[in-house]
Design a protein around this ligand. Structure first.
Ligand SMILES: C[S@@+](CC[C@H](N)C(=O)[O-])C[C@H]1O[C@@H](n2cnc3c(N)ncnc32)[C@H](O)[C@@H]1O
Length: 224
C-alpha cells in the first residue's frame, strides 16, 4: 500500500454513478452505504484498515464490487463472511440486504472494534461480529452462504470454509483473474469434499466485473 494515514485529508470519496448504484442497491439502502463509505474513508483510514488511495475508489472497487454478490444469495440466508477485515463483502451485504443474518468473522481486535462500531452507528441488528479465526468455528456453526474476499487461495480456503457450509449451502469466494487457475489447483480438495466449483461473473452495465468462485456440495451439484 505505502500510503500513510496522514494522507487521509487529501482523499475524498467519489460518489458512484447513480444509474450504476441503482442497478446494484435498492434506493433505501444507499444512505446506510454512504455512511459506511464515510466511516471507511475516515476512521477506517486513520486506523489503518484501508489505504488512503482506496478512498476515491471505495464505491467502484469495494462497495459496488461486493454488492454484485447479492443476487447469488437467497432471501433470508444465514451468511458468514470470513476474514471480513473492514467489512468487505460482509458489511456491504448486511447493509444492502436486511433480510440476511450476517456473521462477520475477523481475528484482529482493531478490525473487530471497527466492525462493531459500524454496526452500532448504523443500527444494524442483523449482524454478529465474531473475533475468531475461520478454522476455529467449524465445530460449532453452519451457514447457508460462506463468503470470503482476499483471504486465502481456494485450496486453503476450502479447508477453513467448507466445514461451515450447510448441506445445501454455498461458498462464494471473491477472486480476480486467478479464479479458473485456483479451481484447477484445488481439484484434489474439491474431489475429496465431493464439491463442484464454477466461475461466476457478476456485473451490471457500467460497473466493473466481480469474479466469484461458487462452490456447492455433491447434493446441490447433482453428484452421486
Ligand atoms: C487481505 S484482508 C481482506 C479483508 C477483506 N475481506 C477485504 O476484502 O478487504 C484478510 C483478512 O483476513 C483476516 N484473516 C487472516 N487469517 C484469518 C483466518 N484464519 N480466519 C479469518 N480471518 C483471517 C485478516 O485479519 C484480514 O482482516
Amino acid at each position: 500500500m505505502g500510503d500513510s494515514p496522514s494522507d487521509v485529508s487529501r482523499e475524498t470519496v467519489r460518489a458512484p454513478d447513480p444509474a450504476v448504484a441503482a442497478l446494484v442497491f435498492a434506493p433505501d439502502r444507499l444512505p446506510g452505504l454512504e455512511r459506511y463509505a464515510a466511516l471507511l474513508a475516515t476512521d477506517g483510514v486513520v486506523r489503518g484498515l484501508i489505504g488512503p488511495r482506496e478512498v476515491p475508489r471505495l464505491w467502484d472497487r469495494h462497495l459496488l464490487n461486493c454488492g454484485l454478490l447479492s443476487p447469488l444469495i437467497a432471501a433470508g440466508a444465514a451468511v458468514v463472511d470470513l476474514g471480513s477485515g473492514a467489512g468487505l463483502p460482509g458489511m456491504v451485504l448486511a447493509i444492502a440486504r436486511p433480510d440476511l443474518r450476517v456473521t462477520l468473522v475477523e481475528p484482529m481486535a482493531r478490525r473487530v472494534s471497527f466492525l462493531e462500531e459500524v454496526c452500532a452507528e448504523l443500527g444494524l441488528v442483523t449482524v454478529e461480529v465474531v473475533r475468531a479465526r475461520a478454522e476455529s468455528l467449524a465445530a460449532e456453526r453452519r451457514f447457508d452462504v460462506v463468503t470470503a474476499r482476499a483471504l486465502a487461495p481456494l485450496s486453503r480456503l476450502l479447508g477453513w470454509a467448507w466445514p461451515l457450509v450447510a448441506e445445501d449451502g454455498v461458498l462464494l469466494a471473491m477472486k480476480g483473474s486467478s479464479a479458473a487457475a485456483e479451481i484447477s489447483s484445488a481439484r484434489p480438495d474439491l474431489r475429496r469434499l465431493r464439491a463442484r466449483a464454477e466461475v461466476v461473473t457478476c456485473s451490471v452495465p457500467g460497473s466493473s466485473v466481480t469474479t466469484v468462485v461458487r462452490v456447492v456440495g455433491g447434493r446441490t451439484a447433482g453428484i452421486g
